[in-house]
Every structure is written in structure tokens, then in C-alpha cells.
Design a protein around this ligand. Sequence first.
Ligand SMILES: NC(=O)c1ccc[n+]([C@@H]2O[C@H](COP(=O)([O-])OP(=O)(O)OC[C@H]3O[C@@H](n4cnc5c(N)ncnc54)[C@H](OP(=O)(O)O)[C@@H]3O)[C@@H](O)[C@H]2O)c1
Length: 242
Amino acid sequence: MNSLKNKVAVITGGNSGIGYATAKALSKKGAKVIITGRRKEAIETAAAALQVNGLLADQSNLSDIEKLADQVRTQFGKVDILLINAGITKFAPIELMTEDVFDEIMNVNFKGAYFTLSKFIPILNDNASVVFLSSTSATISPQSASVYAASKSAINAVMKIAALELASRNIRVNAVSPGPVATEIMNKIGLDSNLEKQLISSIPLLRMGKANEVADMITYLSGYSAAFITGSNFLLDGGQSI
Ligand SMILES: NC(=O)c1ccc[n+]([C@@H]2O[C@H](COP(=O)([O-])OP(=O)(O)OC[C@H]3O[C@@H](n4cnc5c(N)ncnc54)[C@H](OP(=O)(O)O)[C@@H]3O)[C@@H](O)[C@H]2O)c1
């Protein structure tokens, strides 16, 4: 019953971190996995290592999203599992936020995620599972993360409305909200050992999360055992948001 054999799973931003770990987990359960990425070499390397399919698409670009949905439909048919994961993080106090950085974050994390769902709805199978990668930032309001937190709060709002709009097709839509997880995103924001210590001290379980722990939750939400779960947001944060 827990098998995902022959289910078609699309994971945006799958060349590293949580997307990569989830590709591995879904593949192990028998799903036919497609990962997407915006860098050709990175996506090809990851797809080869995972022995899954890799497609090039910039999730912040609407025509790329449309092309991706077309390509997936032509090559793999309808989709059973959609993980809208591609995301970036940048920090600045509100006073110093620039329009460019604001647009960059929102274009990937919100607009890109929104239109990924929108353009994939026609090719989702009835009974499909959609999971958005949100963040505890939407709950705990970290300083200097105003735009990132807003992008994830926006996703949480859309997730619930999508759950209502798609319920008649028995398509379930949920979000997972990790706290700090040790992935490449941490290097991208320049997390040094001092900042890491500070971060860890704010987590009651005194460690960062692991990508495979988030992947396990997504795998659960994607399967039959979660058939009655929709419109929910799951925090995986070692207690940070308490
Ligand atoms: N790690 C955490 O602490 C944490 C906590 C809460 C939420 N999250 C969320 O979890 C998701 C995955 O992050 P992660 O931690 O696994 O970090 P990651 O390793 O940096 O993964 C993010 C992935 O998204 C891809 N991506 C970014 N922009 C893209 C675009 N425009 N088009 C296509 N792909 C794009 C990245 O590709 P490139 O390699 O080309 O950048 C990368 O493969 C994100 O939505 C993030 O906000 C992470």
C-alpha cells in the first residue's frame, strides 16, 4: 500500500538539498521521478547520480514553466506527485531591501511556485498529491527575512485555496515547513560557524534538520497513507517555532 510504483513525480529544483533527497526517497518507493533545475550541468549530474529524469527549467520564468508542463505531458503523461520545491533565500533588513532582490525572491518562491501549480493542474491525475515547500520563517518571523517569509506565507495561503479548488478531483494539496536544514541553501546565504551555532541554539532539539527527514514527510504526504490529509502545513523544525 505504501508503494508509489509507476507514479509520475515531478520535483522542481531537484539538483540539490531537499528536492534531491526527495527524488531519492520517491524513486526508492518505485515512483518515476522527474527533477527540474535551471542549470543544465547541475541537473544532468544530479539526474544521472539519482538515475531519474532531469529537465531544464527556470521556475521563475512563466514560459519555461509552460514548456516544462508540455514536456512532462508528452514524455511521461499525467502527474501523480508534484513537489513545488525550487526556492531561494536572501536576507536584508526592510530598510535596505532592494527591488531587484525583492523581485528575485518573489519570482522564484511565490510567482514561480504559484504558476507551477497553475500550469500543472491540467496534467495532474485525479487523486494526485501536491506539496509546497514552505518554511517556518512564515511562522516565526525571523528578522531580515521579511521578503522570504512573505513569499512562504503567500504560498501557505495559496496552498489552502488550492486544496479547496482541487478537492472535487480528490487532489490533495499540503505544505511542509522546515526550520533550518543543512543543505546547499545554507552555503548560498554564507552561513558561517558562528551563525550556525546561534541558529542551533534557537532550536530546542539542538541541531539542524536533515534533508532526508523532510523528504520522508513529503513521501508520506504523497502516498496512500495520507489520503485524508489536505490543506495542512507541517512544521519540521526541532521545536524552533515553539
Ligand atoms: N534548508 C533550509 O533550511 C530550508 C528551510 C525552510 C525551507 N526551505 C525551502 O526548501 C526548498 C529547498 O531548499 P534547499 O534547502 O533544499 O536548498 P537548495 O539545496 O539550495 O535547493 C534549492 C533548489 O532550488 C533550485 N532553484 C532555485 N531557483 C530556481 C529556479 N529559478 N529554477 C529552478 N530551480 C531553482 C536550486 O537550484 P540551483 O542549484 O541552481 O540554485 C536548488 O536545486 C526551498 O524552497 C527553500 O526555501 C529550506
